[in-house]
Design a protein around this ligand. Structure first.
Ligand code: ADP
Ligand code: MG
Length: 739
């Protein structure tokens, strides 16, 4: 069966050659119960390991079933171990986290049996070794004697012709030791059993042959009982482990040690989190970059905005506006679109603060506030802060609830006081702040705008006055009757006898759309003392004495004649062209704002982008190594597991696949957890502001890309880990584990 001719085993360690055993000649046959004794260090274990193919030999010849083995390579010995050898060790080498049943079942699963077929067999064997009651107990909870019974059961399940036991009772008390030896004897009829022991008395009654070793040599080889059987024996052929069983073991290993499962899950969760965070931040940054452009004419450079005019420059009527609102993907129609580009500037009395931005109607504001409250009065506003608006983002405590003066186009304070009562820090990148104001304030701004964008000429007392030559404003008021004007007493100098009452006044307005004249009569002069009463206003005389007040309807005829330019906002910038086509069809001239944005300073931005990308890749690599080392520590116990299944006959490839499956499952679960977290953030159950900002950047595509990266990472970790484990021979890993 097994024959050794002049076999020697040497160890090379630090340049010194040590001898395991030298020139051993031995012939062992089926049916023998061989007991090897000898003092410690005499070479018993080394001999046993060479016989069981766990270790190599350097000299001589070893025959297995008549076949010479010097040409055997690792795979051949793997095959040999699998078919011939059942090992029993002093330290059991069981899978502690498996139950008794699972430990015995493991060897059969590895040998290609299907789970269902082997159930009875496994239970039978467990019964044979007397552990029926413990079949569902985890091995870690058993006593030493019981553990060794499991090891015997496992060796039996393997159905090999040879059972090799190295000091199987070394860790047991005398009573259990006796029982184990008895059991071994009982179950191993018709097998070759080779037992190494210190304690000869325990086995003497069963031994058919006694070999004594000394100093690496066989001192005595005494046959006690001759065994006749010298026939060729039949070797059971094995299939490879089925894919289903690989999955089953991978699955089992994922969950069977709960703390380990949670720790690895945590590591992968951490990886997923960082990956998702980094990747989406990267996407957000590149999107922000796209938005950093500007347009000097249209300062509201919202990429969802489309500016429209009629093809023939005619007015846009209320029904036109209604029709626009009904177009698919149009979210909002802004009638007087010039207002969107109106820049307002707010100054305090000391001219210390300088706040500026675009305006919009408070009615179009949606969302929550970062600081402060919603407006309650007409002069109260909300600010949507731009990225670098220091006053609003950093100095908000001083800005909130403070009264500021609105300035005119020349930066001079006007009579209008404005209070910022709420601030929202923008979720997305924006380079201009927006002030959401009341409709009354918006109207005032509209008038100022209309005046600014038109040429206004006054004809009074034989002279023309243009807006360039005379800083005089036309102001609407409901207190002035239609067809009349109220002027300040400061105008007296222009009129005969210093009296302007009843003098005619002609106002001409022209702009790119129309020209309009208004002939009215001055009916009242207001003074510093009476103007507040007359005009029912609370502004200062100094701020208004040059103004000419006219009836609101008259004013509207001049400045608020009709709408000629509007803007529509689409629901998503990707739909801008779709809506644009529809608008063109309806007879509008359009300007899609996102096409008209100029990206200056782009080069710097692109370089920045390259750096952040490099940084992200570096981060992923760093993440890989960190998680690898953490998982390596967590999986340390796995290394014993893999040694065990290799002793049982699984090759490296199978062992690796089982680990692949385990890490695949773990990372998938962690990823699902991560997605659940994101979902909870999205629906506001979890309040994580930073994550919330990134949610809009995560689509199905990103989710898939992230998953692929994570899985690749987990498989790389698995590869690296198994490479480390399998670099050494089974013997060496075993030796390392015992240490
Ligand atoms: P036994 O099992 O009889 O106590 P071993 O077979 O373990 O003895 O050891 C036999 C000899 O081989 C001893 O001298 C021991 O020091 C040496 N030896 C065993 N394993 C190694 C090893 N991995 N490296 C170097 N020397 C070893
Ligand atoms: Mg030993």
């Amino acid at each position: 069966m097994i024959e050794l001719k002049n076999v020697s085993k040497f160890y090379y360690q630090n340049g010194i050659i040590a001898s395991g055993f030298t020139k051993v000649n031995l012939k062992l046959n089926i049916g023998e119960f061989v007991v090897i004794t000898g003092e410690s260090g005499s070479g018993k274990s080394t001999l046993l390991n060479v016989i069981s193919g766990l270790d190599t030999y350097e000299e001589g010849e070893m025959y297995i079933n008549g076949e010479e083995t010097s040409h055997y390579r690792e795979v051949d010995f793997e095959d040999y171990r699998r078919k011939y050898i059942g090992n029993i060790f002093q330290n059991f080498n069981l899978v502690n986290s498996y139950t008794v049943y699972q430990n015995v079942e493991l060897v059969l699963l590895l040998n290609g049996s299907s789970k269902k077929d082997i159930k009875d067999k496994v239970l039978d064997i467990i019964d044979t070794v007397g552990l029926k009651r413990y079949k569902n107990t985890k091995v870690s909870k058993l006593s030493g004697g019981q553990k060794q019974r499991v090891a015997i059961a496992r060796a039996l399940a393997k159905e090999t012709p040879i059972i090799v036991a190295d000091e199987p009772t070394g860790n047991l008390d005398t009573k259990s030791a006796k029982q184990i030896m008895k059991l071994l004897h009982e179950v191993s009829k018709d097998k070759l059993v080779i037992i190494v022991t210190h304690n000869k008395e325990q086995v003497e009654e069963y031994a058919t042959r006694l070999i004594q070793m000394h100093d690496g040599k066989i001192l005595e080889d005494k046959v006690i009982e001759k065994v006749k059987n010298d026939n060729e024996i039949e070797i059971k052929e094995y299939k490879n482990i089925t894919i289903l069983n690989r999955l089953r073991l991978g699955f089992r290993n994922t969950f069977n040690i709960f703390t380990k499962f949670i720790l690895i899950l945590f590591v992968f969760f951490f990886i997923s989190e960082v990956l998702l965070f980094e990747y989406t931040s990267l996407r957000k940054r590149s999107k922000d970059l796209d938005l950093t452009g500007a347009n000097v004419l249209f300062t509201n450079s919202d990429t969802k905005r489309i500016v429209i005019k009629k093809n023939d420059n005619s007015e846009i009527s209320k029904s036109d506006l209604e029709e626009l609102g009904k177009i698919d993907h149009v979210k909002r129609v802004v009638e007087d679109d010039v207002l969107l580009d109106t820049n307002i500037t707010l100054r305090d009395n000391e001219y210390y603060y300088y706040l500026d931005g675009n305006v919009d109607s408070i009615s179009s504001y949606e969302g929550d506030l970062t600081y402060g409250r919603m407006p309650e009065k007409d002069n109260e506003v909300i600010a949507l802060a731009a990225e670098y608006d220091w006053y609003l983002t950093d100095d908000y405590e001083n800005v909130l609830e403070t009264e500021f003066n609105l300035t005119d186009a020349y930066g001079v304070k006007t009579a209008t006081k404005i209070r910022i009562v709420g601030i929202k820090i923008s979720d997305t990148y924006r380079d201009r702040s927006i002030y959401y104001v009341s409709d009354k304030l918006l109207n005032n701004l509209r008038f100022a705008n209309n005046e600014e964008y038109s040429n206004v000429t006054l004809f009074f007392e034989g002279k023309y006055y243009t807006s360039e030559s005379y800083n005089r404003h036309i102001v609407p008021s409901n207190n002035v009757p239609s067809g009349y004007a109220y002027v300040s007493d400061m105008m007296e100098v222009l009129c005969p006898y210093y009296d302007c009452v009843n003098r005619p006044l002609k106002i001409s307005v022209s702009n790119i759309y129309y020209s309009q004249d208004l002939n009215i009569t001055v009916s009242k002069e207001y003074t510093k003392n009476n103007f507040k009463n007359i005009l029912n206003t609370d502004i200062n005389y100094e701020d208004t004495f040059e103004n000419i007040y006219v009836n609101t309807d008259d004013y509207n005829k001049l400045f608020n004649k009709a709408t000629y330019q509007s803007s529509v906002f689409v629901d998503d910038e990707d739909n801008a062209y779709l809506v644009n086509d529809k608008l063109t069809e309806l007879g509008y001239k359009t300007l899609v704002i996102k096409d008209s944005i100029v990206n200056d300073g782009r080069t710097v931005a692109v370089i920045m982008q390259i750096f952040t990308t490099i940084f992200t890749v570096g981060l992923i690599v760093a993440l890989f190594f960190i998680s690898y080392f953490v998982i390596k520590i967590i999986l340390k116990s796995r290394s014993i597991y893999f040694t065990t299944i290799r002793i049982l006959g699984a090759n490296k490839c199978i062992a690796k696949q089982i680990l692949d499956i385990e890490l695949f499952l773990n990372s998938t679960l962690a990823y699902i957890l991560c997605l659940v977290e994101l979902y909870l953030v999205k629906i506001d159950v979890l309040k994580l502001a930073t994550l919330k900002k990134l949610v809009p950047f995560i689509s199905l595509k990103e989710i898939i890309i992230m998953y692929v990266i994570l899985i690749v990472m987990s498989q790389l970790i698995s590869n690296r880990f198994s490479r480390k484990i399998f670099k050494n021979s089974v013997m060496k890993t075993m030796a390392e584990e015992v240490r």
